[in-house]
Design a protein around this ligand. Structure first.
Ligand SMILES: [Fe+2]
Ligand SMILES: [Fe+2]
Length: 337
């Protein structure tokens, strides 16, 4: 099934879009309706407290919200559930087990290979590792944009399409600056590192193009896994080499991007809001290289939050940041509901 889905030539699909755009040029198509056609199970919303008894264990934050509601009800003069407008929370969608496993095996394997070739050593070679990771990790955003741009050219329109494209551009711009920072630290000095990074990026670009063309949520899930690895690798690096990083200066490109540039594009990729307030509040202040890596790590968390929302809700900001959880296989989600 997967082999068939992924092996159909890309040109047939693109031709299909082109033909349909010629025959029905004025009727907008709805990506919202079919984006999860093969990878998800559906139940559009869940409201508390009706389903509180069966709330999934993964959603500690959801339970927290339900408790908040119950507290507010109990403390109200009437104390009546019926008199309250309860929050309606969307139900997260799981990934098809086969797609989930394929994505996980692929990303874990590639990540393990990079860890083997570029172990974190606390030396300048660490920047080569991050250069390779950043070169590959930003590619999916170009791929999403390429496919969406082509569909748009062939007449496809749906509500929120432009916003999604702008966000993917902002994410690509953010990843570009991570890459520029690594280059400023000497991560791209070795021709062999450049060959590894650019070859992997070239192959991965076309892979994501193919996956995104047939199954958007599967392609978003691939990146969700990558961004999770990225966050963890930077977090570990910060923990293990804090003193060394605090002794080093801030690269000029980082100061420009995080401190001086117009924050429009930066804010655009931070799609998932937090009820606890904005933890990336301006002005961002960089004193040492440690602060730079803290921001890079937190950027990766923003990307992960957006991608998990896209995979589970087909929406860039469906739930509060405190409610975001990694995507699970559809069977695991069903068993929790
Ligand atoms: Fe990055
Ligand atoms: Fe990222």
């Amino acid at each position: 099934m997967l082999r068939i889905r992924y092996s159909i030539p890309l040109c047939l699909v693109l031709t299909g879009h082109f033909v349909s755009s010629l025959s029905i040029p004025s009727i907008p198509t709805s990506r919202q309706a079919n984006a999860f056609s093969s990878a998800t199970q559906t139940s559009p919303t869940r409201s508390f407290p009706l389903n509180m008894a069966s709330a999934p264990t993964q959603d500690d934050g959801l339970m927290e919200s339900a408790v908040d509601v119950m507290d507010s009800v109990n403390s109200s003069p009437s104390g009546s559930l019926a008199s309250k407008t309860l929050p309606v929370l969307p139900t997260p969608k799981g990934m098809d087990q086969g797609v989930y496993t394929l994505n996980k095996v692929l990303i874990d394997t590639v990540y393990s290979m990079i860890c083997f070739l570029y172990p974190v050593t606390g030396t300048e070679r660490d920047f080569a590792r991050f250069y390779v990771l950043e070169t590959v990790a930003r590619v999916p955003y170009f791929a999403y944009l390429s496919v969406l741009h082509l569909r748009e050219t062939f007449g496809e329109r749906y509500q929120g399409m432009s916003e999604r494209m702008r966000t993917h551009y902002a994410e690509a711009d953010n990843e570009l600056h991570h890459l520029l920072i690594m280059e400023s630290l000497g991560g791209n000095q070795n021709p062999l590192d450049r060959l590894v990074a650019q070859s992997a990026a070239f192959v991965y670009y076309w892979y994501v193009i193919a996956i995104f063309t047939f199954n958007e949520s599967a392609a978003y899930h691939l990146s969700e896994l990558i961004e999770d690895h990225a966050y963890n690798t930077y977090n570990k690096f910060l923990t293990e080499h804090a003193d060394n990083l605090k002794s080093k200066p801030v690269p000029e490109i980082a100061r420009k991007y995080y401190e001086r540039d117009n924050p429009f594009l930066f804010d655009l990729f931070c799609t998932v809001k937090s009820k606890a307030g904005n933890d990336r509040a301006r002005p961002l202040q960089l004193d040492t290289l440690h602060d730079v890596f803290v921001n890079i790590r937190d950027d990766e968390r923003e990307h992960w939050r957006t991608l998990t929302n896209l995979v589970q809700y087909n929406d860039m900001n469906a739930v509060d940041a405190s409610l975001v959880r990694s995507t699970k296989p559809v069977e695991a989600v069903s068993s929790l509901q």
